[in-house]
Design a protein around this ligand. Structure first.
Ligand code: CTP
Ligand code: MG
Length: 220
């Protein structure tokens, strides 16, 4: 199976609040985007396209391996993945979409996603259970309801797709639509989405505390 990886790295990282785009922020002296590319490659996906901010092309080209393809992303994650997907050629069986913001995702998660696709899934996402009591609040912040968390899952990346399912779903999606992940795009287009076990180490770096935790993990 020929799989291509897409790394969404075109965000600005407002919540992290660093002095550069989040994907260029170092973890143990290496930009987050380099860790994310390594995860895909170590998991068996050699061909990688990275969506980057338009004004930072040269900064990304400097830190990434020469054989990684760079495309200019968009103003939303959905637009960035759409742009990267346009650079994925034909003759490709599967596409794995990963966040640059998940530097410590272990490669065996990539392997699990690839195995599910090989077994026939058209779309697959890594998931983890919800461990905290989860509630619905009203407009005033009061608790309106408690949700049955046993049916809830937290969704990670890389998310895997049959190439034509992902391409067709993005072609069907209105140009300005904004969804938080790619499984939501294919599901909206009617494709069933399977799950595999996620991994806590694949947590997303969103706020400064997440980066501090990641630094602790790599320093052990
Ligand atoms: N992303 C992207 N293009 C965008 C926005 C986000 O490629 N226009 C990518 C980010 O680079 C990140 C991933 O999508 O790797 C997940 O998004 P998120 O964690 O929200 O990152 P940012 O959008 O950069 O952060 P923030 O929302 O705090 O600004
Ligand atoms: Mg964002």
């Amino acid at each position: 199976m020929h799989a291509v990886g897409i790394v969404a790295a075109a965000g600005s990282g407002l919540r992290l609040g660093a002095d550069r785009p989040k994907a260029l922020v170092p973890l143990a002296d290496r930009p987050l985007v380099c860790w994310a590319v390594d995860t895909l490659r170590d998991g068996g996906v050699a061909d990688v396209v990275v969506a980057v901010p338009g004004d930072e092309l040269s900064a990304f080209a400097t830190v990434l391996p020469l054989d990684v393809r760079l495309v200019v992303g968009g103003s939303t994650r959905t637009a960035s993945v759409r742009a990267a997907l346009a650079a994925v050629g034909t003759g490709v069986d599967a596409v794995l979409v990963h966040d640059a913001a998940r530097p410590l995702t272990p490669p065996d998660l990539v392997v699990r996603v690839l195995e599910a696709l090989s077994a026939g899934a058209r779309a697959v996402v890594p998931v983890l259970p919800v461990v905290d009591t989860t509630v619905v609040v009203d407009d005033d912040g009061g608790v309106a309801d408690t949700v049955d968390r046993s049916v809830l899952r937290r969704v990670q990346t890389p998310q895997g797709f049959a190439r034509d399912a992902l391409v067709d779903a993005y072609a069907w999606l209105p140009p300005d639509a904004e969804l938080t992940d790619d499984a939501a795009v294919v599901r909206a287009a009617g494709v069933p989405v399977a799950t595999v076990a996620g991994d806590e180490r694949g947590a997303k770096v969103t706020v400064p505390h997440d980066l501090a935790l990641a630094e602790l993990q790599v320093s052990r």
